[in-house]
Design a protein around this ligand. Structure first.
Ligand code: FAD
Length: 291
């Protein structure tokens, strides 16, 4: 099922994200965790892609398993910046052959090595290049793209970031998923600005339940997300106790989700990070709201 069709349902829709293992030895435990999450029947599950190889070969295997065994629509991520056209074309072929209908078209992060390499030799510079190629391939795929309520860290300013986002959706992105954020007002402002700029595709806000104190620093470093005082005090108060921090982190994420739904946003993507217990706790917290 295509994500655009999933989003047509008129109820709170929660989707989950998983990431493939980095090593073969971890494959079985990650696969089990993804299956536990699939059994919770999220609206869809996305499977990330390790840029530049690494975990990339497992993305397809996990996405296909979730879809075929549990009937949960899957979204396979694909990055392009560190890949050749040949590799990307082979990956697209594999996805289509596996019956995957949804692809998240991403640039991927720039490693220091890439930063210092000759950009004229790159086959892909931006995610929009991959979106165009997916469209030109003629494959009947639903294409997602990433967006950043607090602007992408490399962007010079918001205006430029939104201009390139518009280029990406005009090229054929069917929906957008946001980077994590911890203050819903950032999302509401962003939505206002992109709608003003003529971007009309569905936007799926991404919510990250922070369940241990170390995760905060990591998540903020990666995403550049603003951490509100309310959230900081929660980490200061409960960070030393793993069980309490997990409960508080799930409660904070639930609060964000309920606020989004109350404000008319019915689809939320949970960065559930291969943690079925966290996904389940959030679902439990909103069970009467989902109905
Ligand atoms: P782009 O859309 O190419 O944007 C990157 C930067 O380039 C922005 O500053 C943008 O404004 C600018 N830009 C865009 N187009 C142009 C243009 N034509 N000319 C000049 N500048 C331009 N990474 C992974 O490795 N694997 C994953 O599975 C993964 N999943 C993700 C899922 C989500 C929802 C998000 C938000 C991020 C994910 N990432 C993943 C991280 C992502 O790869 C990085 O954030 C990366 O730095 C940017 O990717 P992008 O697709 O947004 O790039």
């Amino acid at each position: 099922m295509k994500i655009t069709d999933v989003l047509k349902q008129d109820k709170l829709l929660l989707s989950f994200e998983v990431f493939p293992p980095k090593t073969e030895t971890a494959f079985d435990s990650v696969k089990t965790a993804t299956e536990e999450m699939a059994k919770l029947k999220p609206s869809f599950m996305s499977v990330t892609y390790g840029a530049g190889g690494g975990t990339s070969r497992y993305t397809l295997e996990i996405a296909k398993n979730i879809k075929d065994r549990y009937g949960v629509p899957t979204l396979a991520h694909l990055t392009c910046v560190s890949s050749s056209k040949e590799t990307v074309h082979a990956r697209i072929r594999e996805l289509i052959d596996a019956g995957i209908e949804n692809v998240m078209a991403l640039r991927g992060d720039l490693t220091p090595e890439l930063e210092n390499s000759d950009r004229t030799a790159w086959d892909y510079r931006h995610a929009v290049d991959l979106v165009r190629e997916l469209k030109e391939s003629g494959a009947d795929l639903c294409i997602g793209g990433a967006c950043y309520p607090e602007i992408h860290p490399e962007s010079v300013n918001r205006h430029e970031d939104i201009r390139y986002l518009k280029e990406k959706t005009d090229a054929g992105c069917d929906f957008l998923t946001t980077q994590m954020f911890f203050d819903n007002n950032l999302l509401y402002n962003f939505l206002y600005q992109i709608r003003e700029a003529g971007i009309t595709v569905p936007v799926i806000p991404g919510i990250m339940p922070i369940t241990n104190a170390n995760q905060v620093a990591r998540a903020v470093k990666l995403s550049g997300s603003f951490v509100p005082v309310r959230f900081k005090s929660l980490v200061d108060r409960f960070g030393a106790s793993p069980a309490a921090m997990k409960q508080a982190g799930v409660a904070y994420a639930t609060d964000q989700i309920i606020d989004l739904y109350a404000n008319g946003i019915k689809n939320v993507h949970v960065y559930s990070m291969n943690k079925p217990d966290v996904a389940e706790a959030i679902l439990r917290n909103v069970s009467d709201i989902i109905g």
